[in-house]
Design a protein around this ligand. Structure first.
Ligand code: 4NP
Length: 148
């Protein structure tokens, strides 16, 4: 089973969007049982809070529900639990490294690395642009899934 953890700063915008987009993709391909997919935050800011309205609305537009998801913070134990730890931008990676200390198995990457683009995904918490973030998330998740 592929165990995948998406990580962003707050776990209310980009990482839950990635979690539920990838879950939807694997379900539609009939591969749901091959995957365990979750998301988390590096910060404590939003712990316990539901997915941001903008992400919920964008996902609902494409027929995806993220009901029941609330923000959780990454722990050191997640490093052993997951095969892929996928960040949205470089600052997430710095924060992840503070939590896990080292990445001997090279589990940590940027989502868009899988699409051959070494760049971050803009934070709609600041940009207000959930459409652009969604397009990048779909691009990254599509490329990731092609490899697995
Ligand atoms: P996310 O967006 O990291 O994509 O979930 C943010 C959500 C909350 C905050 C920052 C970014 N915050 O500062 O609370």
């Amino acid at each position: 089973m592929y165990k995948i953890l998406f990580v962003c700063l707050g776990n209310i915008c980009r990482s839950p969007m990635s979690e539920f987009v990838l879950r939807d993709m694997v379900e539609k391909q009939g591969r749901g049982s091959e995957f365990y997919i979750r998301s988390c935050a590096t910060s404590t800011e939003e712990i316990g809070n539901p997915v941001h309205y903008g992400t919920r609305r964008k996902l609902a537009e494409v027929g995806i529900s993220c009901d029941g998801k609330t923000a959780v913070q990454m722990t050191r134990a997640d490093y052993d639990k997951y095969d892929y730890i996928i960040a949205m931008e470089e600052s997430n990676i710095r924060n992840i490294m503070r939590i896990i200390k080292s990445d001997p198995l090279n589990k940590v990457s940027l989502l868009l690395d899988f699409a051959g683009e070494h760049r971050g995904i803009a934070d709609p918490w600041y940009t207000g642009d959930f459409d652009t973030t969604y397009k990048d998330v779909v691009k990254g998740c599509t490329a990731l899934l092609e490899r697995l």
